[in-house]
Ligand binder design. Structure first.
Ligand code: PRP
Ligand code: URA
Length: 210
């Protein structure tokens, strides 16, 4: 089935993204707000989770309610910057398992280099939310999703806070089945592969490494 592209359209998400784009926002606040945006985006990305009818007893009466059903969940951040989104996601789906995929972009070729992969043993049976704040050329996210598919994962959603059109196009071409959730869709990439206007290097801003 063809995946969908969801560009978030919510005042809180827009406000928080505008805030962290500012160059004078420091590490502590940047990290906190990335977490808040991830939480809001998780709310949207879990909208179509499968439900089941259950009979419950309230203090007043017996009634029917609905609870989550179906596949279990996993969150897979792309290291490093994706780690910044994990706690926000877990605050809403606390029983999800967490896998990690380590990729960095070679600064010259912009191609992703794999350095780590540790996934839940049963990840093929789970719905997987891949998270990374930035979708630039799409090299990292397409490679991470390829790795997951090679391990048998079929049900994948990708969440990013800022995307460039070039990355969205590459994701659509390589992984048309994957739903993409985007906080803000920016204008373009610059000559160094950075998103314009973007927010700079997400990993460095989350971890304070520059
Ligand atoms: C950043 C970002 C994405 C990638 C996006 O990571 O977090 O993973 O770049 O770019 P792409 O779409 O062109 O692949 P980076 O390689 O800087 O590593 P880091 O998270 O360790 O800083
Ligand atoms: N990675 C980032 O962290 N920022 C960009 O703008 C592009 C890739």
């Amino acid at each position: 089935m063809m995946g969908e592209i969801h560009v978030m359209d919510h005042p809180l998400i827009e406000h928080k993204i505008s805030y962290i784009r500012r160059e004078d926002v420091g590490t502590k606040e940047f990290r906190e707000v990335i977490g808040e945006i991830a939480q809001l985006m998780c709310y949207e990305a879990t909208r179509d989770l499968q439900m089941k009818e259950v009979e419950i007893q309230t203090p007043i009466a017996r009634t029917m309610g609905r609870e989550l059903d179906g596949k279990k969940l996993a969150i897979v951040p792309i290291l490093r910057a994706g780690i910044g989104m994990v706690d926000g996601m877990l605050s809403l789906i606390p029983t999800a398992k967490v896998g990690h995929i380590g990729l960095y972009r070679d600064p010259d070729t912009l191609e992703p280099v794999e350095y780590y992969c540790k996934l839940p043993a049963d990840c093929g049976e789970r719905r997987v939310f891949v998270v990374d704040p930035m979708l630039a050329t799409g090299g990292s996210s397409t490679a991470a999703i390829r790795m997951l598919k090679e391990k048998g994962v079929k049900n994948i959603k990708f969440l990013c806070i800022i995307a460039a059109p070039e990355g969205v196009k590459r994701m659509r071409e390589e992984h048309p089945d994957v739903d993409i959730y985007i906080g803000a869709l920016d204008e373009k990439l610059n000559d160094h592969g950075y998103i314009v206007p973007g927010l700079g290097d997400a990993g460095d801003r989350i971890f304070g490494t520059k």
